[in-house]
Write a protein that binds this ligand. Structure first.
Ligand code: NAP
Length: 488
């Protein structure tokens, strides 16, 4: 967003960041084996591509390095404020601006606020009775304790999803005994990963049309996978059958069917990729427990059917509080409405970027913009382009605020909910894509090309623009001279 604002000639913005560095999820998740399951060449911005990736699926340090490199290559450092947590934002209709409060009490004013909080930034640690009594070491995958040595320990992992699938094989190689508390089984497909050869890297780095064609081929291959997300699709049924047969061969008294074979349609939960997952499950020092965790004691974990497992360290792979979106930020819009109240039945937003009653507040990676089949960076680029174009028009027309109408937002949401019901995500499985009541708040329920088409042009009448009162005559204002303070 910052790069695109600069490109549009808008320089009066500040980026507030709670932590002391950039990178968000790629900064927080440093667990062993952390990597992206979207191919590297699709995992950079089209307007700032990285062309020298070292492997097909980049690991966390290389991805973080890419995001960090953009700060200086695009002169963003003067705009960044680290250790600056925004705790509340309140809209003033009189001033046509947002008042932000920071954790240290500082107050700032902004004409426009863009949130870039992501969907997966607040670790979820379940409230298990006795948790606070545990005397061993305990941490969440997104807050990895690198000072703690797991060698020779009895380690438990609670929660097996995309993160656990990556760190469990590494932990298994160190621990004396590893117990996996797996409530839901995942589909784990092979990962076509390898390091690029020298000559491949050279070509991709030095022949831009080749790199672009390669990137496009990845995009379209991934885009086609949305077919798998449609309810009742044939490919899903075939895949389920194939998995059942193949994994059936691994079933034993140590690894029962319920520990291996998913009982839901592929795609309902994110399909995972790894080559070392099943070999890890087959290790003699690894045990899979499918019984629910009910209690934690000073030195053990107890389960629903009377099991008790002595452990030294517990690692939570229990994901994030994904459906809470902008929480715990308190956001108050026009006429004092609270965003939490608007979202009481589940977060929703027009195009995933705007909410009626909250003028000049725009979101990146907001409700219903996550994907189960393609790169999230593509979606974020569409949102950034939409916001940029709106801001440029507002400045040109001297508009003080833009707000989506209630009707446009409701119409949009009805369509999204109906489309989401037609996907496999609505079927019977647990996933972070939906709220406890089953509302799918996180995913975009269509091909990403359709999102791009929808984001290309603003629909007349969907947004209400307020014009600034006449200003006294003076030098013609330019985007540079306007007070557009954009926070992210
Ligand atoms: P996740 O996919 O939400 O998995 C969390 C797991 O914890 C689920 O299997 C859940 O089981 C389980 N769980 C939650 N509470 C539990 C409890 N009380 N007892 C037992 N199990 C419990 O979280 P994640 O693995 O951190 O991944 C989150 C997302 O991050 C991914 O889907 C992905 O989008 C992203 N991610 C991406 C990559 C990448 O390569 N791009 C890598 C890592 C993560 P239930 O499902 O039964 O609730």
């Amino acid at each position: 967003m910052a790069m695109q604002l600069q490109d549009a000639g808008i320089h009066s913005f500040t980026i507030y960041e709670r932590s002391d560095g950039v990178g968000g999820t790629w900064r927080d998740n440093t667990y062993p084996g952390a990597a992206c399951d979207v191919p590297s060449h699709l995992y950079s911005f089209s307007f700032a591509p990285k062309t020298d990736w070292t492997r097909k699926f980049a690991e966390q340090p290389e991805i973080l390095g890419y995001f960090e490199s953009l700060i200086d290559s695009h002169g963003l450092r003067p705009h960044l404020r680290f250790d600056a947590e925004v705790t509340s934002a309140t809209w003033s209709d009189d001033d046509q601006s947002w008042g932000l409060t920071l954790a240290d009490g500082e107050r700032v004013t902004a004409d426009v606020v863009v949130s870039g909080l992501g969907q997966l930034n607040r670790p979820n640690i379940p409230e298990i009775p006795g948790l606070e009594d545990f005397e061993g070491t305990l941490f969440h995958s997104a807050r990895w304790d690198h000072d703690h040595d797991l060698r020779g320990e009895r380690v438990a992992v609670i929660g097996i999803g995309a993160s656990a699938i990556q760190f469990v094989p590494r932990v298994a190689a160190q621990a004396r005994q590893l117990t996996l508390f797996q409530r839901s089984v995942n589909y784990v497909a092979p990962k076509p990963d390898r390091a690029y050869r020298q000559w491949e890297r050279w070509l991709l780095d030095h022949v831009p049309p080749l790199q672009r064609a390669y990137r496009a081929s990845i995009y379209w291959r991934f885009e086609a996978r949305f077919a798998l997300m449609r309810k009742g699709n044939r490919i899903g049924a075939l895949m389920q059958d194939r998995f059942g047969k193949e994994l059936g061969k691994l079933v034993s008294s140590k690894l029962p069917r319920e520990a291996l074979i998913p009982d839901y349609t592929p795609g309902c939960r994110r399909i995972l990729i790894a080559n070392d997952w099943y070999p890890t499950l087959l290790r003699p020092d690894v045990e899979v427990v499918t019984d629910d965790v009910t209690e934690i004691t000073e030195h053990s974990i107890r389960t629903a059917h009377g099991g008790e497992f002595d452990v030294d360290t517990i690692i939570f792979g229990t994901g994030f509080r994904s459906t809470e979106f902008l929480s715990p930020l308190r956001i108050t819009g026009r006429d004092g409405i609270d965003l939490n109240e608007v979202w009481a039945d589940g977060a929703h937003a027009y195009l995933g970027v705007a909410v009626a009653g909250f003028p000049n507040l725009f979101m990146l990676y907001g409700p219903n913009t996550n994907l189960g089949h393609n790169s999230i960076l593509f979606m974020i680029e569409q949102q950034v382009a939409w916001i940029r174009s709106l801001l440029v028009d507002m400045m040109r027309d001297d508009s003080s605020s833009a707000e989506v109408t209630d009707l446009a937002m409701r119409r949009y949401d009805d369509k999204i909910r109906a489309a989401a019901e037609r996907t496999v995500w609505a079927e019977d499985c647990n996933s972070w894509y939906k709220t406890d009541s089953g509302r799918i708040t996180n995913n975009w329920p269509d091909y990403t090309v359709r999102y791009r088409r929808r984001m290309r042009h603003r629909v007349p009448g969907d947004l209400r623009l307020t014009t600034r009162p006449e200003r006294p005559a003076g030098p013609e204002s330019t985007p540079e001279s306007r007070p557009a303070r954009v926070s992210r």
